[in-house]
Design a protein around this ligand. Structure first.
Ligand SMILES: O=C([O-])CC(=O)C(=O)O
Ligand SMILES: [Mg+2]
Length: 604
């Protein structure tokens, strides 16, 4: 809580002893300051090895000579005194000389468990290089190998066998009052399928981003995996697998387990926002529907992905030369993310004045059986029915090629978890259909599946097969691509349309507004806020998202707008007087409040 006015607490220290400081803090400070005061007391009382072994107190080699004496640290650390930047330099050297993504991840994970400030300094200041190591794509490999990589617990593991003890388990978490929980059942980890308990890497990674991108205090985050068995045969056969060695339980049994979990979580941590992550589609939609009106929760894959793609789509349409009324979108993939994104875009169109039916008409969803139509003859999953087409005159379009030929889309979105499914002929057909509408028009192509090994096409392919005209966003990060013709080098910049641009801000906004629900408008607002967060340089470069180095700035803007939406929606439990004050002073006052309430790693 470095943003807390420690000098004031120090003043309190002068006038009171440590015991009365706590009372002083309770009487005079808000919750955050109380937390800081407690931290302050603990830090000042802890000595020697205890300080070094507590990642939030450990300052590595930055302890001053006085601190080394007063905290009994002399001789426990090397003699040199270094500032943060020197220690960041060492960490960077270490990471850059490791050979594999996993090795780099393991180093970072150890650092995180030993020196919180240093880890987050590194992650925040070197976001472009570090985020892919802590999150997608590396986290995908980590989850695949988690049973082997495991050395220590970093999350709560709640198995169906422990149904009766959910409250006890939640209370066993060592940090008081978590504000945000990311929970998965491991059933659809990125595009990698059912990884069972090994999917826990996702909540861990997402919560590290909550801290790096939105400044939620690391001690206030809670990763959880619900172990309901797994359909993954490789895991079940692996003697080192860490989860329950049984097939996934039936959906109805998991529903009861989930009900119990949600109730217990609210009872034990009433202030906590719950983010559902990487549940397979049917459960993802069911749980969101079931809990959204009575719990503080949202689904990142449906709503977070929906919002981030909407933000990018707004930017892309502006650059595409294809007027919004003429846009026609083909979605390859009709799972939680595909349908979630399409619905978010429908909302965008309806907000721009289209009827819901006219908006829905702009979307053609394709799954493994072809175009999703009402009369296809198979039993459509409930979440697909909304988008089932009726304009096919009894004809079924079985392949993506046929659909593109029929629809002549302006935008193609991929959420299939199938590498390379956007082939050269498909991408060229997309370009041709956009070109046919007039000169200077640009195709929108979003291969969004994660990690990179599941991306529907690469950035290089997209550029080459559209003669450089593509407006591109992928879920995992691709590098810039340069093409040399004679002496001229043309560099193309990809966009990363990843939900990391919105979920941290949605969570932070909901927490700070003391939202009792996460409403559709809060999600929609996060997209609009992100679309408006680009700076002049990014607009000049033709980007549709802020550069990833600016994710923290973007998250603060997203959080601010989400807070305001919570207030408009009547779900903010903050006192009216607080809102009136912000209304009087406007965005700068609210932004200041947010900045004062977020964690910023101490830099020495
Ligand atoms: O984790 C990511 O990078 C995006 C995401 O939610 C997913 O692919 O499920
Ligand atoms: Mg996800």
């Amino acid at each position: 809580m470095s943003s807390v006015d420690i000098s004031t607490i120090e003043e309190a220290m002068k006038m009171a002893n440590l015991d009365t400081l706590r009372g002083y803090a309770q009487n005079h400070y808000g919750e955050v300051q109380q937390y800081a005061a407690t931290e302050y007391i603990s830090q000042n009382q802890a000595l020697g090895y205890q300080v070094l072994n507590e990642p939030l107190w450990n300052k590595g080699l930055s302890f001053t000579p006085e601190q080394r004496v007063s905290k009994n640290l002399t001789g426990l650390i090397p003699h040199v005194m270094e500032d943060t930047s020197k220690q960041v330099e060492r960490a960077l050297k270490m990471i850059r000389t490791r050979q594999t993504g996993i090795d780099k991840y393991l180093y970072l994970s150890t650092l995180k468990s030993q020196n919180t400030d240093l880890f987050y300094r590194l992650l925040i200041d070197h976001a472009k290089e570090m985020m892919p190591l802590v999150y997608t794509p590396t986290i995908g490999d980590v989850c695949l190998q988690y049973s082997t990589l495991y050395t220590r617990p970093e999350a709560l593991y709640i198995s169906i066998k422990q149904r009766k003890s959910i409250r006890t388990i939640l209370k066993n978490w060592p940090h008081p009052n978590p504000e945000i929980c990311v929970v998965t059942d491991g059933s659809r980890i990125l595009g990698l399928g059912d990884l069972g308990v090994n999917g826990v890497g996702i909540p861990i990674g997402k919560l590290a981003l909550y801290t790096a991108a939105a400044g939620i205090h690391p001690d206030r985050t809670l990763p959880i995996v619900l172990d309901c068995g797994t359909a993954n045969e490789t895991n079940l056969k692996d003697p080192l697998y860490l989860g329950l060695r049984q097939k996934r339980i039936p959906v109805s049994e998991q529903q009861e387990f989930m009900d119990e979990f949600m109730e217990a979580a609210r009872e034990v941590y009433p202030g906590m926002v719950v983010q559902f992550e990487d549940f397979e589609s049917e459960k993802a939609f069911n749980y969101l529907d079931r809990y959204r009106d009575s719990y503080k929760c949202f689904n990142d894959d449906i709503q977070g992905t929906g919002a981030v793609v909407l933000a990018g789509y707004i930017g892309a349409v502006n650059l595409s030369g294809v007027p919004i009324e003429e846009q026609r979108l083909v979605f390859m993939g009709a799972g939680s993310a595909g349908v979630g994104v399409a619905k978010q875009l429908v909302e965008y169109y309806t907000k721009r004045g289209l009827s819901e039916a006219a908006a829905r008409d702009k979307f053609w969803l394709v799954d493994t059986k072809g175009l999703v139509t009402k009369d296809r003859g198979d039993k459509l999953a409930d979440h697909k029915k909304y988008f089932a087409r009726t304009d096919n005159n009894g004809h079924q379009f079985r392949t993506l090629e046929e659909v593109i030929e029929y629809v002549k889309p302006s935008a193609l979105v991929g959420l299939t978890a199938t590498f390379g499914i956007f082939t050269e002929s498909i991408i060229r057909a997309l370009k041709a259909s956009v070109d046919a509408g007039g000169l200077g028009r640009r195709p929108i192509l979003f291969p969004l599946s994660n990690p990179l090994t599941k991306a529907e096409c690469t950035f290089e392919q997209a550029v080459n097969w559209t003669d450089g005209t593509v407006l591109f966003a992928s879920g995992s990060p691709f590098s810039n691509y340069s093409v040399k013709t004679g002496d001229h080098v043309q560099t193309y910049y990809p966009n990363q349309g990843n939900n990391v641009y919105v979920f941290p801000g949605i969570g932070l906004g909901a927490i700070l507004a003391k939202a009792t629900r996460v409403t559709d408008d809060m999600i929609y607002t996060s997209a609009a806020a992100l679309a408006g967060a680009l700076n002049a340089d990014e607009i000049h470069k033709g980007l549709i998202y802020p550069r990833i180095e600016r994710v923290r700035e973007a998250s603060i803007i997203v959080a601010r707008e989400v807070m305001k939406s919570a207030r408009r929606e009547g779900v903010s439990a903050l006192p009216e007087s607080q809102w009136l004050e912000w209304e009087e002073w406007g965005d700068p006052a609210l932004t200041k409040y947010i900045k004062e309430h977020i964690y910023d790693p101490t830099t020495l």
